[in-house]
Ligand binder design. Structure first.
Ligand code: SF4
Length: 216
């Protein structure tokens, strides 16, 4: 755990972040659902692709494959066509393999446990945490690049491992609050604490941010 991560600071950070998210959250279609298949599709699409582009392709893909069974029945070629324009086609191939594996091994039900999720094609630690939290409201961390950057700057985490330990210490116990917290952390990294030009002047957590306090 980095030295800047004290219980008092973590509590203040959570409070400020959640208050900001209540007013600043973008209304995104995958935030309006808890359907594991729909959450999973959004997470695969959002890997390496901007939200604005995913917003175009997500409804189109779901119209063609409205559920996991429909995707599992499709041919690899048809899935590739439905993904056309989004790039990184390996994601489409993995999603298709995943659908077939879930039908075969889990009777069509996407697992809620991050460990079982990580066993599926194309699912790494972040996606496993994201699906577990965003679809099943499990209180587990979901630390993507944006979230890790915020944790590094606010708490002085020097490694991905320290960021993960800090995320675990920050994790709310209630699944519903954890859902909001994980979304809020990523949203702050995407909208305010960007990699190249963080908007510290507008940041809701600047009063507890180590990076800001040592650079202002
Ligand atoms: S104060 Fe600046 S560096 Fe700190 S979290 Fe906010 S935007 Fe990022």
């Amino acid at each position: 755990m980095p030295p800047q991560s004290t219980p008092k600071k973590r509590a203040a950070f959570k409070r400020k972040l959640l208050a900001w998210f209540r007013t600043a959250a973008r209304d995104l279609p995958w935030r309006r659902t808890r359907d594991p298949y729909r959450v999973l599709v959004s997470e695969f699409m959002l890997q390496q692709t901007q939200v604005s582009r995913v917003l175009e392709y997500y409804p189109r893909f779901l119209r063609r494959y409205p559920d996991l069974e429909a995707l599992a029945r499709a041919t690899p070629r048809a899935v590739r066509e439905a993904w056309d324009g989004l790039g990184y086609y390996r994601r489409a191939a993995n999603l298709h393999r995943l659908a077939r594996q879930v039908v075969k091994r889990h009777a069509g039900a996407i697992p809620s446990d991050p460990v079982a999720l990580e066993d599926l094609p194309g699912v790494g630690p972040y996606t496993a945490g994201a699906v577990s939290s965003f679809a099943f409201e499990q209180p587990v961390p979901a630390v993507d690049t944006n979230a890790a950057r915020v944790l590094k700057r606010v708490f002085g985490c020097r490694t991905a491992k320290e960021a993960r330990t800090t995320a675990l210490a920050l994790q709310p116990r209630s699944g519903k609050t954890a859902w909001n917290f994980n979304q809020a952390l990523m949203e702050l990294g995407a909208l305010v604490c960007s990699a190249r030009a963080p908007k510290c002047g507008q940041c809701p957590v600047r009063s507890v941010c180590s990076w800001y306090l040592s650079n202002s």
